[in-house]
Design a protein around this ligand. Structure first.
Ligand SMILES: CC(C)(COP(=O)(O)OP(=O)(O)OC[C@H]1O[C@@H](n2cnc3c(N)ncnc32)[C@H](O)[C@@H]1OP(=O)(O)O)[C@@H](O)C(=O)NCCC(=O)NCCS
Length: 153
């Protein structure tokens, strides 16, 4: 499993994978163009194993907002794995690689309270619940705010 910073040429595949993974709230082409160009964004992608059917496709991606100030927390904006590759450790490795790139920094994220898969992934990667936003999502679902404390705290 190769995990690497996204290249501009990965954008169409990322847009497609995002639409497949978030059918109700996929980011627009324009939003993705921003994610790929803003200096405070980092997009990492996981290449699907080359031996697998459909070699050359992406197995997953993760998007971070990394503020320039070293004391400001990093936000994990999005992570997704192709349904065909789930429960094989891709999400865990994508997240670990993203976190390794920012040693010692606090990382925050928000996740729908019903998203057991993502909450399990985050909890197993050192994140803890710090608060809940009632009715945060369209449809009224709560958001859980999770945090991985930085080394300096
Ligand atoms: C959340 C997501 C990224 C997990 O990716 P993944 O590659 O399947 O995760 P992994 O195989 O690395 O699993 C890591 C851990 O996450 C948890 N997990 C993953 N899928 C799970 C599921 N369906 N149910 C419960 N826990 C799950 C488990 O704790 C798992 O550890 P284990 O396999 O040792 O039990 C994937 O399910 C996904 O893309 N979901 C849709 C997009 C999404 O909701 N993203 C998060 C919000 S931005």
């Amino acid at each position: 499993m190769n995990i690497r910073p996204a290249e501009p040429s990965d954008r169409p595949a990322v847009v497609k994978l995002d639409a497949a993974c978030f059918p109700k709230d996929a980011w627009s082409e324009r939003s993705w163009a921003d994610e790929f160009t803003r200096p405070d964004r980092q997009v990492l992608v996981a290449d699907a194993p080359t031996a697998a059917e459909g070699a050359g496709r992406l197995a997953g991606f993760v998007v971070l907002l990394v503020p320039p100030g070293a004391d400001d927390p990093v936000d994990l904006l999005r992570i997704a794995v192709d349904p065909a590759d789930r429960r094989t450790g891709v999400g865990r490795r994508l997240l670990a690689t993203a976190l390794e790139r920012h040693p010692g920094r606090t990382v925050l994220l928000e996740v729908a309270a019903s998203n057991e898969a993502a909450i399990g992934l985050y909890a197993g990667s050192g994140f803890t619940d710090i608060s809940r936003r009632r009715g945060y999502y369209a449809g009224g679902e709560d958001a859980v705010i999770m945090r991985r404390a930085g080394e300096t705290e």
